[in-house]
Design a protein. Structure first.
Length: 233
């Protein structure tokens, strides 16, 4: 398996490239519109064919590059079941598996940051958590039908139960960190460690964070797989 972590500096978004080296089939997870040319160039350099673009959720801080990549390459766009994105080719439910060659991607339910959110476990070793579990933190829960109670349950019941050695690759990081493990986060994640469910809900309810700068354009565009023209028309 080939696994690459790519970064968008404007929004601190991580995009992940996963590929089977025998079939040369690839998938992007959470691509960013402004980075489509970079992503296409990397596919060409590595002689890969893009089969899929997966979203962990409908993003509020950046516009997805999935629609543009589908337009240019013909890949399938995949979103979580329940996400408001009629443009997608497929919606994955928790427990669904996407396999190409030796790569197996399993969808794990992680609602809370938004009401339709998935983490993707790749070959049982690499966990792409989107905006649910971050390195030493977690995603906010104060818009897009978010729920602190649901997020606490998602992390403690669906992610903490994975092996401690599971690598955690988040959808964002704002402090230069790139990877963690389930074992590390169970010990050092200050949002969760030592807090009861009710204490976590209280904490998340009092963060008082500003809205993401791009939320007004990003959410409607991402409901159309990143189609900015339709959103502005």
């Amino acid at each position: 398996m080939l696994f690459r972590q790519l970064f968008d500096p404007e929004t601190s978004t991580y995009t992940y490239l996963i590929a089977d080296l025998e079939t040369k089939t690839a998938a992007f997870v959470d691509p960013v519109l402004e980075q489509v040319e970079r992503d296409q160039k990397l596919l060409t350099e590595l002689d890969l064919t893009l089969g899929y673009c997966l979203e962990t959720h409908i993003h509020a801080d950046h516009i997805t590059g999935a629609g543009k990549l589908r337009e240019k390459i013909g890949c399938e766009n995949i979103v979580p079941f329940g996400a408001n994105a009629t443009c997608a080719n497929k919606k994955m439910q928790p427990g669904d598996v996407l396999q190409f060659g030796s790569v197996v991607i399993e969808a794990i339910a992680t609602p809370g940051h938004t009401d339709s959110h998935l983490a993707y476990l790749v070959n049982k070793t690499h966990l792409l958590t989107g905006d649910s579990l971050l390195i030493r933190g977690c995603g906010r829960t104060d818009f897009q039908s978010g729920s602190a109670a649901a997020l606490y349950d998602s992390i403690t019941k669906n992610l903490w139960t994975l092996p401690d050695s599971t690598l955690v690759y988040p959808g964002h990081d704002y402090h230069g960190q790139t990877v963690s493990t389930i074992g590390e986060e169970k010990k050092f994640n200050l949002r969760l460690v030592g807090r009861s469910r009710s204490e976590f809900i209280e904490l998340m309810g009092n963060l008082n964070l500003p809205n993401p700068r791009k939320i007004m354009e990003a959410v409607p565009a991402n409901q159309r797989c990143g189609d900015v023209a339709m959103t502005s028309s």
